[in-house]
Ligand binder design. Structure first.
Ligand code: MBD
Ligand code: FE
Length: 309
């Protein structure tokens, strides 16, 4: 069938727009919605989208919202990645360099985690069957000077790939802590090497991924927010080296600079590091930059889960 005449599409768009009252509502919302409708109607014409397909989309969108999976879908479709790419581009235009690369926050942060100075144990319930991890480093400015009193918020999943708060079997804030850097800008934490994450089975995200011929899994990773009143908030993650999905992340969050080497310290050598068991050691520094008017802000005000203990 011949594609709809462009004039028919445009006339319909005009009609829909024409009922908006000048000086009422929100101009930015009008601009965005009208542009998205224009792109959508053109795609419906180009791809000959049927009423059957339109209602499948409406039902899927409804179910995805009921399941609270939209944060996950933004990650899986690369929308959250794209906003990072856009902000990276804006940073480059603003002449910002030497920062730790940002990467997506994902949908599983919880505000309010227990705070400590210099060091934290992330496990509320000790995990016996995992490989012990000590991770440490320095928070620095772009000239390499240490930043004391920076807050390093860290969160990761357990050995089932599940995050506390979203998994009711774990105590609140298990594997979530906030560490304030010491006078030398240093932080350290004790935890274990997490495993990868998979989308909820039979959910809307998994359903979409399988229709796209994709998987819905992430490599093992650890999330960070690094904040300090004088600097721009850094949102990033590290990947656990050696995971088969490191460069096949369904959320597109892996960046080569964010895959630090893991050093394996034997139980015989542990005492040299002041530890009493074999452990995996990761050293990773965070480089922060100042806020700049020409560059994207570090903070956004998305709705986040929050708990007060
Ligand atoms: C995660 O753990 C995650 O970090 C992201 C981005 C998406 C789903 C699960
Ligand atoms: Fe995650």
């Amino acid at each position: 069938m011949r594609r709809m005449d462009q004039s028919v599409i445009d006339k319909t768009l005009e009609q829909i727009k024409s009922v908006e009252k000048e000086g009422e509502g929100n101009d930015r919302v009008k601009e965005i919605v009208n542009r998205l409708l224009e792109d959508l109607f053109n795609a419906m014409a180009d791809l000959d989208i049927t009423s059957e397909e339109m209602w499948i989309a409406c039902d899927w969108l409804t179910q995805a919202g009921k399941n609270n999976e939209w944060g996950l879908i933004f990650a899986g479709l690369g929308i959250e990645k794209f906003i990072d790419v856009k902000m990276d581009w804006e940073d480059e235009q603003a002449g910002i360099y030497n920062m730790t690369p940002r990467t997506i926050e994902g949908p599983l942060y919880v505000a309010g985690s227990p705070e400590s100075f210099g060091f934290a144990e992330l496990e509320t319930v000790p995990e016996d069957n995992a490989e012990r991890l000590y991770m440490s480093g320095t928070v620095k400015d772009t000239n390499g000077n240490p930043i004391p009193n920076a807050k390093v918020e860290v969160w990761h999943c357990n050995l089932h790939g599940l995050y506390s708060h979203f998994d009711s079997t774990q105590p609140e804030f298990n594997l979530r802590r906030a560490i304030i850097t010491d006078k030398d800008g240093k932080y350290e934490f004790k935890s274990f090497l997490p495993v990868g994450y998979s989308c909820p089975p039979n959910g809307s995200t998994e359903n979409l991924m399988s229709l796209l011929g994709r998987h819905g899994a992430r490599p093992a990773h650890i999330h960070f927010f690094v904040t300090h009143p004088d600097y721009r908030k850094l949102t990033t993650q590290i990947n656990i080296e050696g995971d088969p999905l490191t460069y096949d992340d369904f959320a597109f969050a892996t960046r080569p600079e964010l895959v630090p080497p893991i050093h394996r310290i034997s139980s015989e050598d542990a005492s040299k590091y002041g530890k009493d068991e074999a452990f995996a050691k990761i050293e990773f520094d965070f480089n922060m930059v100042k806020e700049k008017i020409e560059a994207p802000e570090g903070e956004n005000h998305r709705k986040r889960a929050s708990v007060v203990l």
